[in-house]
Design a protein around this ligand. Structure first.
Ligand SMILES: Nc1ncnc2c1ncn2[C@@H]1O[C@H](COP(=O)(O)OP(=O)(O)OP(=O)(O)O)[C@@H](O)[C@H]1O
Length: 370
């Protein structure tokens, strides 16, 4: 039986700045050769965690192991990990190849070996023909790839990437997402990528840790996090969602019915980790693509669960991601509904009243913790 190799393990890692807890009891295991992202809002502790993995900061307690060896007290340059920063520090006076060779020269590697490894590293980032160029001759995305090649040439076990696409414009960022994912699977090095951008994390990663206020909320594959969020924070942060707060009136077989204060009734799946009781408040989440427009306005005196009349406020065209902005007529809440590209709803008009509905299976309810 083959056992999975773990490249990085953190055990109950904590980091405080005075009274403030920046990283709170974080334990994780990252498999060799995977693309792992740490996703969370600004200030949640991502960079602090990555800096401890790289060795720029030490944890107050807990342990960090790379391929089974504790890294406590090991300086950054002695760890088999390299870090790519958002603002790269390429040397403008050197050629591309000299930039990539820099770390190997510092390590006194022989000239012929340096040439071979630099060429391989440039090939791996698809810039095999750019060795003689000046840094100023490269585009933003090419510079970012050189920064990665400069780390890959040192053959680290872990490549740590701190929001490396943050400084690029939107179009280039979209392009680089795909490039980075392909590059990682080509070289096979374990990538640990931190970002506040959920679409970057979803597109590139094998696994993602969602981080909030110094702790991990959930670790899982992109589709796990998207379809089976385990906390309200994950449901709201990963992907788009419509959200209500409602009071639970009935519980049966893992499903609850809850009423929004103005009368809208919602039915959805209860988070298995919540010990929910009648009368509790729940946050209820429904994805825009889970909602169906079931009819032109049908006047209903008897409101059914997960069904409501809405007025079309606006149609937000964004190619395949087009949505309708609606206002539901019971609580006046604004909702986003995905518009399928089949042309099904092409006749929709601003100001029109329609009826929408959605399935309890695609509705997630989380107990509000006061
Ligand atoms: N050296 C420090 N001294 C005091 N507080 C710090 C220090 N470094 C970070 N912090 C605080 O710790 C928290 C986490 O910071 P960190 O940089 O890890 O967040 P982040 O998730 O990477 O955010 P961003 O996406 O904005 O970079 C923040 O509230 C920050 O103000």
């Amino acid at each position: 039986m083959t056992s999975t190799l773990i490249d990085l393990e953190t055990r109950h890692v904590n980091k405080h700045y005075g009274d403030f807890t920046a990283v709170n009891n974080v334990s994780l295991k990252i498999e060799k050769g995977s693309f792992f992202s740490i996703l969370g809002p600004s200030g949640c502790g991502k960079t602090t965690l990555l800096r401890m993995i790289a060795g720029f900061d030490e944890p107050d307690s807990g342990d960090i192991l790379i391929q089974g060896d504790s890294m406590l007290g090991v300086p950054p340059n002695k760890r088999p990990a390299n870090m790519v920063f958002q603002h790269l520090a390429l040397f403008p006076m050197m050629s591309v190849a000299e930039n990539v060779a820099y770390g190997l020269k510092q390590r006194k590697v022989q000239a012929a070996e340096i040439t071979k490894r630099v060429n391989n590293a440039l090939e791996s980032v698809d810039l095999g023909d750019s060795g003689n160029k000046r840094i100023s001759q490269l585009s933003g995305g090419q510079k970012q790839r050189i920064a990665i090649a400069r780390c890959l040439v040192l053959e680290p076990k872990l490549l740590l990437l701190d929001e490396p696409l943050g400084a690029l414009d939107l179009k280039l960022r979209e392009h680089m997402k795909v490039e980075l994912k392909q590059m990682q699977s080509r070289v096979g090095t374990t990538f640990i990528y931190i970002t506040h951008d959920q679409s970057e994390a979803l597109v590139m990663s094998n696994n993602i840790a969602v981080m909030n206020k110094g702790s991990f909320e959930q670790v899982g594959s992109p589709s796990d996090l998207y379809y089976h969020p385990e906390t309200a924070f994950t449901a709201g942060f990963v992907g788009d969602a419509n959200q209500w707060q409602a009071s639970v009136s009935h519980i049966e077989n893992g499903v609850c019915t809850a009423k929004v204060s103005d009368g809208l009734t919602l039915t959805g799946h209860i988070n298995p980790n919540d010990a929910l009781q009648t009368g509790d408040l729940v946050d209820v989440f429904v994805r825009p693509e889970a909602i169906k427009i079931i009819a032109d306005h049908t006047s209903q005196n008897d409101q059914q669960s997960n069904q409501v009349d809405c007025i079309v406020i606006d149609l937000l065209f964004n190619g395949a991601n087009s949505t309708a902005l609606l206002k539901e007529t019971i609580s006046n809440k604004e909702l986003h509904v995905a518009l399928p590209q089949t042309g099904e709803y092409s006749g929709l008009q601003k100001g029109q009243t329609i009826t929408i509905a959605w399935n309890p299976e695609q509705t997630h309810c989380f107990k509000v913790v006061s």
